[in-house]
Structures are given as C-alpha cells and as structure tokens.
Design a binder for this molecule. Structure first.
Ligand code: URA
Length: 267
C-alpha cells in the first residue's frame, strides 16, 4: 500500500485522529512491507521510546509527589506539571490543562480529563460538556468567578479513551496539590472517575451521586464532597438531568447554609 492507500484504509476503518507524529507501539500483523525479523525489531525498538518518556508506574507516582512537595502557588504548580515527564499522556496532548476559574473559590468542581476542545484551548470544560456545566452552574447562581474547575488528569487521553488506573495514580498528586492551594469548602465530583479517584472507592456513580462524603486534604482539612453525573453523560442521557438538577440544588443549599453560618458569626 502507498501512503494514500494506508490513510484511506484508516479513514474507512473509523480512525479519525492521529495521536502523535511518531510510532510508539505497534500491534502485530499489519506491516506488509516488513519481514518477520524487521517486525519484531520494530516492535521492540518502539517500546523503549515510550517507557523512557513515562517512568514505571510506582516511580512516576513518587516523582509526581516529589515535584509537588514544595509547590505553594498555582503558577508554581503549572510549571511543575508542564515540565513533568512521568506520564505518557502528555506526549499525545497538545496542551497541559490545569484549572480554570477562581483559585480562591469555596467550590471546586472536578471532572475527568480534557477533551479535544480543552486540549486545543488549554482550558478545562470549554467544549459541549463545559457549556452544559456553565448553564447548570448559572441555574444555581454560580459561575467561573465563584468556582474553581479542574480535572483528575491534566492531559487528554488519546481519542478520549478512559484513563488507566496508572495514569490516574500519577496525576492524582497534581489534583491534591490544587485542593491544597484552593482550600475549597466543597468539592463537586463530576462522574465516576472523579469521585472514585478522589475518594479511592469503586462504587458506581448512580449509587454515589447526590450523597455527601468527606475528603481529607494533605494538610488535614476535611472537605465535603458531593458526587454528581458528568455533563458528558447528561448530554448523552438527558433524562438524567432532573437528578443532576437535584444535585446542584444540594450544593446550593450547602453553600447557603455555610453563608448563613458565616453571617451569623459576623453578627
Ligand atoms: N470533560 C471533562 O471531564 N473535563 C473537561 O475539561 C472537558 C470534558
């Protein structure tokens, strides 16, 4: 096959996106112009290129913890994440997406990972899910000035695939550091990946949503966590919007009660 035919074959097979300019790992089989020996050589030659970029899982988690240890501000965190070499997702992503909104907000929303539009813009929740999220926030009187919005992962997984446990583990120190810097009173975890990663459980989002739980931040602060459906799920399943609305009202109620307590303290 010539290059054009290969491309046409990919397009017909449903491949609509490239994940980088270099071959990182090759599946067996479809290498028509290579001898068996060359195929093996190519497979084994390609692998180390990935693993030299992404450290082994445990070493990568330790490295992420280490680089975050002395970080005090969001700018420092951005620099640290942008120069981090322990997660291969970074090498397929166009931009590193940290957080958006007010880093001094009482409410922090945590999603899963940047999508295609966020990857291009370098900003969390700016695509279709983000538009829906903005509308739901507005419905309870919130916006990006009164919330901080971020993700479990700062890099888009290729083709929007689900992140692996190892990728989540490596990126979790970056999220924990954001929580430490923002010091929110409330975290709204959007979807199963967000709530499971944050609370270290594996229960389904349909069981967890609408319930308040607790997260203890690295500095010992106890933060109330509410789980809710991810906006992307709501776009696919609009019948669940009523439950999402109820969850946003729960968040609003907690914020109002918090404000009342705060005002009472001032009187
Ligand atoms: N989905 C997410 O979880 N986060 C984004 O930033 C965009 C889509």
């Amino acid at each position: 096959m010539n290059a054009r035919e290969v491309l046409e074959f990919y397009i017909l097979s449903g491949v609509d996106e490239t994940c980088g300019g270099e071959v990182l790992a090759l599946s067996g089989g479809a290498l028509p112009h290579f001898s068996e020996a060359q195929k093996n050589e190519t497979r084994f030659a390609a692998r180390p290129a990935t693993s030299s970029l992404a450290l082994s899982s445990a070493a990568a988690v330790k490295s992420a913890d280490d680089v975050c240890r002395n970080v005090r501000t969001m700018d420092e965190l951005r620099q640290v994440v942008e120069s981090f070499e322990g997660c291969s997702l970074k090498y397929n992503a166009k931009k590193t997406v940290i957080g958006d909104g007010n880093p001094a907000a009482k409410v922090m929303l945590v999603g899963e990972a940047p999508g295609a539009e966020e990857d291009l813009a370098g900003k969390a929740f700016v695509g279709r899910s983000g538009h829906l999220l903005d509308k739901m926030l507005a419905a309870v009187g919130l916006d990006r000035n009164s919330c901080y919005i971020c993700n479990i992962l700062p890099w888009r997984p290729p083709g929007n695939r689900s992140p692996s446990d190892a990728e989540i583990a490596v990126c979790l120190p970056f999220l924990k550091k954001q929580i430490e810097i923002v010091k929110p009173d409330y975290i709204f975890a959007l979807g199963a990946v967000a709530v499971n990663s944050l609370l270290g459980n594996s229960e389904s989002i349909s069981r967890l949503r609408g319930k308040w739980q607790e997260y203890e931040s690295s500095d010992g602060r106890k933060i109330r966590v509410l789980a809710g459906y991810h906006p992307a799920y709501l776009l696919r399943t609009p019948a669940q919007k009523a439950k999402a609305w109820a969850d946003f009202l729960r968040l609003k109620k907690a914020l109002c009660e918090n404000n009342q307590q705060f005002n009472a303290l001032l009187q």
